[in-house]
Design a protein around this ligand. Structure first.
Ligand code: BG6
Ligand code: MG
Length: 217
């Protein structure tokens, strides 16, 4: 096919680090306070989607007026941000640091495409924020994943067309967003989405930059 891969765009939660447990604990605290049942299994449905969509999924169809929704989201975020104080460079998922360094050494541009409004805070605490040329987060676009807008926004910032960029994602909403945007995709973790040009990996520790480039070349 003769593709040249010029950019890698990474989702944050579940790919670079794992903050799903902190999101769970924060939503759980809010749910308990409000008498809403919410389990770890329910939390899996919140992966990769925006804060507002997460609240709707947590409520499982229970109606809420918008002013109350805003107050509840602020409360959840306050709980979540307190957990982020614990995040250090040790919380990079296995192999991430080496993979990013090796991609940079290969001249590949690096970007982040995260639904989280806390993405920059998390990247700062992980000590990797300076490795990324463009950081797309929960403030960058109006339509969040599974819309392709965020990844397209990041690719634009990296001056790279989608068909020369690979998106690394752990959540179905993110894989759908990347495929819709015309990106090559690597499903990380338990992702079982199948597509002709999808490469799957347990985590970045099991991948090399060369293997990814060759897969999509
Ligand atoms: C995503 C997480 O990265 O960010 C979701 O996978 C989360 O679970 C979303 O809801 C929004 O995060 P935040 O930090 O803006 O509330
Ligand atoms: Mg994710």
């Amino acid at each position: 096919m003769g593709n040249i891969i010029r950019a890698f765009i990474f989702d944050l939660d579940g790919v670079i680090t794992d903050t799903a447990e902190f999101h769970f604990l924060a939503w759980k605290q809010l749910a308990d306070e409000e008498g809403v049942s919410f389990t770890r299994e329910d939390n899996e449905q919140l992966r990769g989607v925006s804060r507002r969509e997460s609240l709707s999924r947590m409520l499982k169809g229970r109606p809420i007026d918008e002013p109350t929704a805003q107050v509840w989201m602020t409360r959840k975020n306050d709980y979540y941000v307190r957990y982020l104080d614990q995040v250090t460079p040790d919380d990079l998922l296995p192999g991430v640091g080496a993979f990013l360094q090796s991609a940079r050494a290969a001249g590949i541009k690096l970007g982040i495409g995260s639904a989280s409004k806390n993405a920059k805070n998390v990247l700062q605490r992980l000590g990797v924020i300076d490795l990324f040329g463009v950081i797309g987060d929960g403030y960058s676009v109006v339509n969040s994943k599974p819309a392709p807008d965020l990844f397209i926004w990041v690719a634009g910032g990296l001056q790279t067309p989608p068909n020369e960029a690979v998106v690394f994602e752990d959540a179905e909403a993110g894989i759908d967003a990347a495929l819709k945007g015309g990106f090559w995709t690597v499903g990380v973790g338990q992702s079982n989405v199948q597509a002709a040009h999808l490469l799957s990996a347990d985590g970045l520790a099991t991948l090399t930059v060369e293997a990814v480039q060759q897969r999509f070349a």
